[in-house]
Design a protein around this ligand. Structure first.
Ligand code: UD1
Ligand code: CA
Length: 450
């Protein structure tokens, strides 16, 4: 059965107190809406429609960055969740299959839960609502059940005391046949406490048409929605807890788990060791048995089996460490391939470069990759030995088994097996230091005498 996702992301997020649209605030290094998108994407949807409103341009740009198949539709006036879904009507006209409605600000719904909803659809429910048992039902919509059947959803503001006593609440996630969904939405009215078109009213409309609505439930933690900075921080904590548990499950050692921060997509292989205070930005893969030492920051990089990173290392996007490569303290690597067993151990910047197998990069080596306008590449051959404090002025190539003398400014290519020496000749002047100090001290004394 074909599937379409409809992601609601038009809300203003007033309580965030922010210039940034709520769904663009980051959770686990990805915009908030990307999490619902990723859960829904696990169902391999044929269509994805995002309903944007507040900050629609920025939301649209972010959506396209994540997946250029996403269709963004605009909800000009926020007249309620039913009205929001209605904005996808034209985009999905003639779509033959199920539609799943997700909220952009509700990031923890799992693919398994969505699959359970699809299963309920196959089992004969025309409309499936995702509910949860709320520890504190607050102002959530309440699910009024009639045995297995869902009779209606009543919003808190419209509910009687008896209905408010119900603890089975609405998460907001809906699954229904797409054409049926829009048909039901056509039957909504806004005659309620909020004067809004409630999506939740489709349940009653469905029953009036002789259709069957059911509820599927999930753990309350999945339904956590974000409305404030405080809730965003709580969600981040929840995401980190999930990622840490996942790492343990996969056979990863986290020496001090509470101090390691993952991105939503961090992948770490079995028997890798992550020392304290390590931060992972998006798009990082760490292979089996690698070790990430304390206080390192990694994003957009790939660390192969047995490689060692840190302490205090920074791997930026495009850093690729082959097996057993070593990147040590106060080293930054960006858009560079470090081949097997190569070492960059101390205080270096390696950017836009390739470093050959078993090459050794001395302390304080810098690839001067940027001329202020263009970036240039540096190539360092296998087994090359780069002396400490070498400046490699790119574009430049150091051959296999070649060498640079300490302090060399490399401004032209060094062929295989050759040595580059390019530093000012040093002189030693006997007795000069003593004489100089005497002169300076005398000058200081004379000044004081005045
Ligand atoms: C909604 C549900 C409620 C449920 C709760 C779960 C309705 C009427 N109520 O209430 O039963 O318990 O979610 O959190 O559906 N949105 C738009 N455009 C709009 C209105 C909303 O895009 O015009 C988006 C919001 O950005 C948000 C989501 O829809 O992501 C839910 O809207 P919100 O106003 O938070 O609904 P609640 O009142 O919390
Ligand atoms: Ca809400």
């Amino acid at each position: 059965m074909a599937t379409a996702l409809i992601i609601l992301a038009a809300g203003q997020g007033k309580r965030m107190n922010s210039d940034l649209p709520k769904v663009l605030h980051e959770l686990g290094g990805a915009p908030l809406f990307a999490h619902a998108l990723s859960a829904g994407s696990a169902l391999a949807p044929d269509r994805i429609v995002l309903v944007a409103g507040n900050g629609a341009e920025a939301v649209s740009a972010a959506a396209t960055m994540l997946d250029d198949e996403i269709e963004v539709v605009l909800q000009e006036d926020r007249l309620g969740t039913g009205h929001a879904v209605d904005q996808a009507r034209a985009a999905l006209a003639g779509f033959d299959g199920d539609a799943i409605v997700l909220y952009g600000d509700t990031p923890f719904i799992t693919p398994e839960t969505l699959e359970a909803m699809i299963a309920a659809r196959r089992g004969g429910a025309d409309v499936v609502i995702l509910g949860f048992e709320a520890a504190d039902p607050k102002r959530y919509g309440r699910l009024v059940m009639d045995g297995q059947e869902l009779r209606r959803i009543v919003e808190y503001n419209d509910a009687s005391d008896e209905e408010r006593a119900i603890t089975l609440c609405n998460s907001g996630v809906v699954a229904a046949d797409c054409a049926t969904l829009f048909d039901l939405i056509s039957g909504l009215s806004n005659e309620n406490a909020a004067g809004e078109y409630y999506l939740t009213d489709i349940v009653e409309v469905a029953r009036e048409k002789g259709l069957r609505a059911e509820a599927v439930t999930c753990p309350e933690a999945e339904t956590l929605g974000i409305n404030s900075r405080e809730e965003l921080a709580a969600a981040e904590a929840q995401l980190q807890a999930i990622k840490r548990a996942e790492a343990f499950e996969n056979g990863v050692t986290l020496v001090a788990p509470d101090t390691v921060f993952f991105a939503h997509d961090t992948f770490i292989g079995r028997d890798a060791v992550i020392e304290p205070n390590v931060v992972f930005g998006p798009d990082v893969t760490i292979e089996s048995g690698a070790r990430i030492k304390a206080f390192s920051h990694l994003e957009g990089c790939h660390v192969s089996a047995g490689a060692v990173v840190g302490p205090f290392a920074r791997l930026r996007p495009g850093a690729e460490l082959a097996e057993k490569a070593k990147v040590g303290n106060f080293v930054e690597i960006k858009n560079a391939q470090i081949a097997e067993s190569a070492k960059v151990n101390h205080l270096s910047y390696i950017g836009d470069a390739t470093v050959g197998e078993a090459a050794n990069i001395g302390a304080g080596t810098i690839t001067c990759n940027y001329d202020g306008v263009f970036k240039h590449r540096t190539e360092i051959g296998p087994r090359a030995f780069i002396g400490s404090d070498t400046m490699l002025v790119a574009p430049v190539r150091v051959g296999a088994d070649a060498m640079t003398a300490t302090g060399t400014v490399v401004t032209r290519d060094i062929e295989d097996g050759a040595m580059g020496v390019g530093r000012a000749r040093m002189e030693v002047k006997p007795g000069f230091a003593v004489k100089l100090f005497e002169k300076l001290r005398a000058r200081k004394a004379a000044k004081k005498g005045h």
